[in-house]
Design a protein around this ligand. Structure first.
Ligand code: PLP
Length: 394
């Protein structure tokens, strides 16, 4: 049976799948079994933050597998404690960390923290969480309800939990706050929604107002975190101090991990929350290794250089192809080219793939670029040469 037949026969259909199978990756280059190579500007949707088969990560994972992969959270786990310490240290925030296995789980933990805070800190119970339109917070019943996009709230999965509402802008959030509001949850750069950064001053004003009101600010950094936007956290770039920060995608370099960090260091007691796999030896060792690599590159100025080159190339594309693109958006290595319309967006993504470069969709009309942060200048140049060729085939 062919791989495609097997997949179609046995795997539930939840993705519009591309049936090109990659068997190997090195840096930001992927290889198929029939020997074709692709430049990877998608990094597994922002996951392969240090590229494919990075020797340090490969060695760390093999070493860890030889020792111990998993023991329950009933025991103390050395790399888990060390990774929590690293996250706190790199963020500069006085926080503690809970580990899960995905972005949705990190956001579930954040919402649970907000709910418990709302239950225990006010005379009248607070349970509402306000998010923004075009946001994306996950696929569990609760995090999909927290997501401010109607297309995800299909009647198939109703009833959804109460207490979520969506505002079109930061400015509109003020009017939505009431005596049942526990938290506001934001992505500083909306990823799935179209690589749209929020206005820095507006976010700072809101953060200040929420702190005064005792309402929690949750920053969903599942996509923006781990140096994606240039700093360890986008929250640092925005110079705010959130109450809760969530991380996932880039943190494990491909090993599933999620984390919710909070200033409310004593919010949970044993039994309040948990995860069988969360923070095990394998995923936290991966996280430590990813942070080692990226912190070193950041200190050496290499991340900033990569960003600069990538930005130059994107600006070139926009300048030369103003007929197809109307804007260049995003921060750091989380970037988007706004296509003229959704049809142009799809055609470009398909043509790019045919030319050997992987780019992603976001929002209605954005072509999204989320390269591995370790991508080389040769790979960037080759990727944009292929992208240029793809545009000429249209
Ligand atoms: C991807 C994403 C999620 C969901 O993460 P999963 O690991 O797929 O559960 C949540 N929030 C944001 C901002 C994301 O980009």
């Amino acid at each position: 049976m062919t791989l495609e037949r097997m997949d179609r026969n046995y795997v539930l259909s939840t993705y519009a799948r591309n049936y090109t199978a990659f068997v190997r990756g090195e840096g930001s280059t992927l290889y198929t079994d029939d020997g074709r190579d692709f430049i990877d500007f998608g990094s597994g949707i922002g996951v392969n933050s240090i590229g494919h088969s990075h020797p340090e990560l490969t060695d760390a994972l093999c070493d860890q597998a030889h020792k111990i992969l998993h023991i329950s959270n009933l025991q103390v786990i050395e790399p888990q404690a060390r990774l929590a310490g690293r996250l706190v240290e790199l963020s500069g925030y006085d926080m503690r960390v809970f580990f899960g296995n995905s972005g949705a789980e990190a956001n579930e933990a954040a919402i649970k923290i907000a709910r418990k805070y709302g239950e225990t800190h006010f005379e009248k119970k607070r349970f509402k969480v306000i998010t923004l339109k075009h946001s994306f917070h996950g696929r569990t019943i609760t995090t999909v309800k927290a997501t401010g996009q109607g297309k995800f709230h299909t009647p198939f999965f109703a009833p959804y939990p109460d207490g979520f509402s969506y505002e079109p802008t930061i400015e509109a959030v003020y009017g939505a706050l009431d005596d049942e509001t526990a938290a506001v949850m934001l992505e500083l750069v909306q990823g799935e929604g179209g690589v749209q950064p929020l206005d820095k001053a507006a976010v700072q004003d809101l953060a200040h107002h929420l702190r005064e009101q005792g309402i929690l600010l949750i920053i969903d950094e599942v996509q923006t975190g781990v140096y994606r936007t240039g700093k360890f956290l986008a929250s640092q770039l925005y110079e705010i101090e959130p109450d809760i920060v969530t991380l996932a995608k880039g943190l494990g370099g491909g090993v599933p991990i999620g984390a919710a960090m909070t200033r409310l260091k004593d919010i949970f007691s044993p039994g309040d929350h948990g995860s069988t796999f969360g923070g095990n030896y394998l995923s936290t060792r991966a996280g430590l290794t990813v942070l080692d690599v990226l912190e070193r590159m950041d200190d050496a100025g290499e991340l900033a250089q990569t960003q600069l080159l990538f930005d130059e190339k994107l600006s070139d594309v926009l300048r030369r192809h103003g007929d197809r693109f109307e804007d260049l958006v995003g921060l750091g290595l989380m970037r988007g080219l706004r296509a003229r319309d959704p049809e142009t967006q799809s055609a470009i993504i398909d043509a790019a793939f045919a030319a050997g470069v992987i780019v992603l969709k976001a929002g209605r009309n954005t072509v999204r670029f989320l390269p591995g942060l370790t991508i080389s200048s040769d790979e960037i140049t080759e990727g944009f040469d292929r992208f240029e060729k793809a545009l000429h085939t249209l």
